[in-house]
Design a protein around this ligand. Structure first.
Ligand SMILES: NC(=O)c1ccc[n+]([C@@H]2O[C@H](COP(=O)([O-])OP(=O)(O)OC[C@H]3O[C@@H](n4cnc5c(N)ncnc54)[C@H](OP(=O)(O)O)[C@@H]3O)[C@@H](O)[C@H]2O)c1
Length: 254
């Protein structure tokens, strides 16, 4: 059986959307665990201050917009030594699939969360494959395992991410590349600021992801809610569908 464990010490990592939220917390956690270099993908280079002395120059801001092919290609030209890719960048627009704007929202979600993730993965796979061991970590969501109608089109995009994770795992079965899926519940970042519920910290998620990479865990459930949903999903996915189906949004009458 394939050994999925990776030593984070001396690893070279690229994280998309690392200027804030979960991506930024992952960057700092991996540096703390001895990563040799962390490329912090950011749309705006001014959004990251990499000068903090404790980073020892190992945090390297990299301009990266996953919807912009030139930006992806340029990042791949600059960061040729990556062995771990963390697909973290994402957007969320709350909606109902019944609303008139849901098709437009679906496109926005797919452009970033799905097509952007695929393009970035394809651009960095050659570098990852060239290493003795590597990993592709992609952040889906609990909403990718069961549609939450209050975030209907976002859920569809995160289900697509879950399917990409499964597909890549199959494609790379015989290679030394771990394919890790992450399925967070509500986390206290800008993205979830409109949701009134208990939320775990991005730092806790970052620790779980780092543990997952080091321990060879394929599916990471990184917070309190996801740890509760995991056994339910593993035993009875229909029950998750029913539970999440109760999270409904008001529907526009237009
Ligand atoms: N927070 C939650 O409750 C939760 C739960 C489950 C899953 N997740 C997932 O976790 C990941 C991180 O989310 P978060 O909570 O940290 O959200 P966040 O604080 O809103 O951060 C999102 C990050 O993605 C970046 N981004 C957006 N569009 C991009 C693009 N086109 N190209 C490159 N970067 C882009 C943002 O950059 P800018 O600053 O330039 O906008 C930002 O750095 C996402 O995939 C999200 O879907 C979050």
């Amino acid at each position: 059986m394939k050994d999925l464990k990776l030593n984070l010490k001396d690893s070279v990592v690229l994280i998309s959307g690392a200027n804030r939220g979960i991506g930024n917390a992952i960057a700092l956690e991996l540096l703390a665990r001895g990563a040799k270099k962390v490329y912090a993908g950011t749309r705006d280079l001014g959004a990251i201050d990499a000068t903090e002395s404790s980073y020892e120059g190992k945090l390297v801001p990299l301009q990266l917009d996953v919807t912009d092919e030139a930006s992806i290609n340029n990042a791949a030209k600059l960061a040729t030594d990556v062995d771990i890719l963390i697909n973290n960048a994402g957007v969320l627009l709350g909606d109902s699939l019944l609303n008139s704007d849901s098709l437009n929202n679906l496109k926005i979600h797919f452009d970033v969360n799905v097509i952007g993730l695929m393009k970035l993965t394809q651009a960095f796979l050659p570098s990852i494959r060239s290493k003795a061991k590597g990993a592709i970590v992609s952040i889906s969501s609990l909403a990718g395992l069961g549609n939450m109608p209050v975030i209907g089109s976002y859920s569809v995009s995160k289900a697509a991410v879950h399917s990409i994770i499964q597909g890549l795992r199959g494609d790379l079965t015989n290679e030394s590349v771990a394919v890790i899926g992450v399925y967070p519940g509500p986390i206290d970042t800008e993205m979830a600021k409109g949701f009134e519920m208990d939320k775990d910290s991005p730092q806790a998620v970052a620790k779980s992801i780092a543990d997952g990479i080091e321990n060879g865990v394929e599916d990471v459930f990184p917070d309190q809610m996801s740890l509760q949903v995991e056994p339910l999903y593993m035993g009875n996915p229909k029950a998750v569908e029913t539970e999440f189906g109760m999270y409904v949004a008001p529907v526009n009458q237009d």
